[in-house]
Ligand binder design. Structure first.
Ligand SMILES: [Zn+2]
Length: 157
């Protein structure tokens, strides 16, 4: 019997059909999708930095700062990108090579609050939209019921 591969992320034994390969390491579906998401998020962060700081690639200091924000502050790459975006687009700050990622530390909480506020708004809008859909549905089913009621009534008479 062939030895089962083990997920590099969580240590779970993997059946051949649930084995996913990333950088020639095996992962389970869950770990694989979070690794995928992670590397996507990292790519977008690097891309955002290159575009907005007008660089071909982030500077060595920036890479160091990113690592520090991730390891010491436990910030996700997506949150870093969002905070930079927030500083630039909402606060109109100039993203200066000199300071690099330093803004993130100072504005992370504020950006996060802004994000949550936006999400709440979005949810409220979604709820409103849902409730109009629901009322519409209820109205429809009511009129259907009315029809059937009147049919029954007709049969009765
Ligand atoms: Zn796993």
């Amino acid at each position: 019997m062939a030895r089962l591969a083990v997920c590099k992320g969580c240590g779970k034994s993997l059946q051949p059909d649930e084995k996913h390969i990333h950088n020639s390491k095996s992962y389970c579906s869950d770990c694989y999708s979070s690794i995928k998401r992670y590397s996507e998020e990292y790519k977008s962060l690097i891309e955002f930095i290159c575009v907005n700081f007008e660089l071909d690639k982030p500077t060595g200091i920036m890479f160091k700062q990113i690592k520090e924000l991730k390891d010491e502050f436990n910030y996700s790459y997506a949150a870093m990108t969002y905070t930079l975006w927030y500083c630039k687009e909402i606060l109109n700050k100039t993203l200066d090579k000199k300071y690099g990622m330093a803004l993130i530390k100072y504005y992370y909480d504020e950006a996060r609050e802004y994000y949550e506020q936006q999400e709440r708004l979005k949810n409220q809008v979604a709820k409103l939209e849902n409730s109009t859909v629901i009322t519409r549905k209820i109205k429809q089913s009511n009129s259907k019921r009315n029809n059937s009621v009147s049919l029954i009534n007709l049969e009765k008479y």
